[in-house]
Design a protein around this ligand. Sequence first.
Ligand code: 5GP
Length: 185
Amino acid sequence: MKNGKLIVISGASGVGKGTVLSLMMQKRDDLFFSVSATTRAPRPGEVDGKHYFFISKECFEEMIKNNEFLEYDAHAANYYGTLRGQAEAKQKKGHVLLDIEPKGAAQVRKSAPDAILIFIMPPSIEELERRLRGRGDTSEDQIAMRMERAIWEMEQRTWYDYVVVNYDAQRCADEILSIISKLED
Ligand code: 5GP
C-alpha cells in the first residue's frame, strides 16, 4: 500500500483549526493527527499524548540532537516539534494531519516536497480578535501579542498550496476534504 501524504494545516491561533481537524477526522477514518511534542505547560483539559506530548526543555533538546524531529520551532518561549517516527508510522496507515505554524511548514516542504500545505484564514481580522477574546483566558497583552503573531502568520499564506477561509467550521472541513480527494484522483 502507498504511504499517505503529510497534510500541513496552518492558521492563526483562534482561527478554529482544532475544530476543523476533528470534523475532517470524523468524516474519514484514514486521516491521522500528528501529536506534536512541546515544552509548554498543558492548558486545562489538554491530555498528554492526545493534544501534545508535554516534555521538558532538556528532553526536547536531546531529541533535537538525536534528529527525532521532522521539523521543530521555538516560539512564544517554547519548543514545538513533529515527531518523525510517529509521522512515518501514521503515514503507513493513511494521511497525516500536521497542525503546525509557518516556520515548521517551510521545513516540512523542504524535507518532504510532496507534502500539501493548507492555510486557514479567519473571515476577517476583527472576527479573529473576537474569537481570541471569546476564549476568555487571555489578557490584553496576550491578545496584542497573538494578534501581531497572527498577522505575520497570515502574511505567510502566499507560499502555501491552498488557502481556505473558515466562515463556518463544517464548510471549511469539507473544502479541505475535497482538496484531499482531488489530489488522490
Ligand atoms: P498552542 O500553544 O496554541 O497549542 O500552539 C501554538 C502554535 O504552535 C500553533 O500555531 C500550532 O500550529 C503550532 N504548533 C503546534 N505543534 C507544532 C509543531 O509540532 N511544530 C511547529 N512548528 N508548530 C507547532
